[in-house]
Design a protein around this ligand. Structure first.
Ligand code: SAH
Length: 289
């Protein structure tokens, strides 16, 4: 990456960077990658809040920046969702120019999000950036928020897979999925579906249904922590049939063989996975593959 290259992302203000770069020897900048949590302000950690307040410049995807109240003297640099590396490079250039930069991400910044993009840009970028103080402030990731709403589905071993094939081939997704299905992990699916990727979730759930029992609990948790939050507890068979009802704001959790429901009056059942395991994964998937 050429650190002097013109900025390409969205509303980035290249002229401003040029001006601030002149100050770089007199001021030490910094960069913090901040997790905003899934939605509610009270799910933002005090450390993340402090990093946002301390920032002279906020960098991120527009809708995430909108969640941060405007403050006088603080500049927001909004960009499109698909330009993570450009955005990360812009943030590093601002920090190198002496700014106190916060890069904001939904949920946790290290989970399928901006922290990895920042380190990717750092690795490929100007060696001078290696001296910058960089901090990652964690946030509550969607799978933890969703699990908390449903009960305790992550009580045993679990894993997370992004269904997006933007950054990896679909064959990699299905190979990993098959491996963890056979190993009887609870599986959280991020990025389950989008307009550009309409069929992957149904295919992933259909693969699950070939290995796990039809009555396995599946959680569709949508926009957790926001006003339009929705939680649906389904069987795996139902989930396959209703895959297209999920959207980009949905986190899908597929239960393990031990994941079960506890009925409760007047509400959806609790979903939980006991901490103890008595059967081997091969015993639980036998005859279904
Ligand atoms: N860094 C984010 C994940 C980014 S990937 C985090 O830690 O949560 C984007 C995917 O996360 C979405 O497609 C969806 O699967 C999930 N997601 C993000 N916010 C969510 C929310 N509030 N409710 C449910 N799922 C969410």
């Amino acid at each position: 990456m050429d650190p002097g290259a013109p900025l390409r992302s969205g509303q980035d203000d290249g002229a401003e960077v040029e001006r601030t770069e002149e100050k770089k020897d007199s001021e030490a900048g910094s960069l913090t990658v901040v997790g905003l949590g899934p939605g509610e302000a009270h799910w933002l950690t005090p450390a993340a809040q402090a990093a946002i307040e301390a920032a002279s410049d906020l960098v991120g995807y527009g809708p995430y920046l909108d969640r941060v109240a405007p403050r006088e003297g603080q500049t927001k640099h909004a960009s499109d969702n698909r330009v993570e590396i450009d955005r990360a490079g812009h943030a590093l250039r601002l920090a190198a120019a002496g700014r106190t930069v916060a890069v904001v991400s939904g949920g946790d910044p290290g989970v399928f999000a901006m922290a990895a993009a920042v380190f990717e840009a750092l690795e490929a970028g100007n060696p001078a950036w290696l001296a910058l103080p960089i901090t990652v402030e964690p946030g509550i990731t969607a799978m933890l928020a969703s699990a908390a709403k449903a009960g305790a589905p992550l009580g045993g071993d679990f894993c997370a897979i992004s269904l997006s094939d933007n950054l990896k081939p679909w064959e990699v997704v299905t190979a990993r999925l098959e491996a963890v299905l056979k190993a009887d992990f609870v599986i959280c699916l991020y990025n389950p579906i989008s307009k550009a990727r309409p069929w992957q979730l149904r295919e992933a759930l259909a693969l699950a249904a070939r290995i796990r029992a039809a009555e396995t609990p599946v959680i569709f948790a949508r926009a957790v922590g926001r006003a339009d939050e929705g939680l649906r507890i389904l069987t795996l068979a139902e989930a396959v049939e209703t895959a297209e009802s999920a959207d980009m704001a949905t986190l899908v959790t597929i239960g393990a063989s031990s994941t079960r429901l506890i009925a409760r009056p007047g509400d959806q059942p609790w979903v939980y996975t006991p901490r103890s395991v008595t059967k081997s994964p091969s015993a639980t998937s036998q005859g279904r593959t």
